[in-house]
Design a protein around this ligand. Sequence first.
Ligand code: URA
Length: 320
Amino acid sequence: MNEKANYRTQRAARQLIESWQRSGVTHLKRVVPVPQQATQPSASHQPVVQQPISQKPVTVVESETVVPTAVMSEPQVKEMNHAVNQGTLLQQIEVSATEVSSSEEVNEIDDPRKEMSVPRTTKSKLTKGDRQAELEIIAEQVSQCQKCPELASTRTQTVFGVGNPRAKIMFIGEAPGADEDKQGEPFVGRAGKLMDKIIEACQIKRSDIYIANILRCRPPGNRNPSDVEAANCRGFLDAQIEIVDPDYIVCWGSVSAKNLLHSEMPIGKMRGRFYEYGRTKVLCTYHPSYLLRNPSAKKDVWEDMIFLFKDMGITLKAQK
Ligand code: URA
């Protein structure tokens, strides 16, 4: 890259970081595919015999493209993607992050994570009660949120998240639908009923896990969340992840995977391996709504569940 392009890319990176920080992101996490342990799940519904888990070194691989945000123009996005391909983006972002963190322009007033962004390598020692209390504080902020005027004016209520505040597994969907908007809880409609069946097949209870979405408000007509809406809601999601501090996250569907991991890869290509998000392993699979339209993909999701539980040392029983 010539000097001018390099400057523009750095400026774009700085703007991107500022937008993340405005939405509550205080540090960046790398997307790191974790080398597969043992084998991929079998294509059948048969149980897989658990193999000993070997600890292999983790290789850092940057994501392939950058998701455009409201603050970036198209040429800037192109430059960012070019920088990613050149392997220089993270370097630039790290430089910019240092500059931005000392900038007085960063608005911390409504940063829900300001007390909580301590990177951890082991599960946080917070009690379940402490976590619940912290989640309630964030939920209260969410309920007042007006960052997305359209969503704030059309929602019945915000849909924060539900489940065990100390869960090992966190599910992340896309956004509330009509049923969730009415009831104030994620995944309670048709897709949620199917998710409940998947949870049951994994021999756990809904109350064992924590469930949230990329957005906390229903997009009118169930349209996809915009990049701006996802960025506006990101601080809340990261706060939930940081408080629950799960060992595993399951991204249900491409909107979830794309937004959490800043990846443009199709969901089908993201399946079958773990990505690292902080200390958390992330698995991406098809959204239950997709399964309602494409029942033949249920076996793929079941394979993904086998893969996930196998990593936890649990062999799932075959489905009848
Ligand atoms: N789809 C989602 O992604 N999330 C919900 O909460 C409901 C449906």
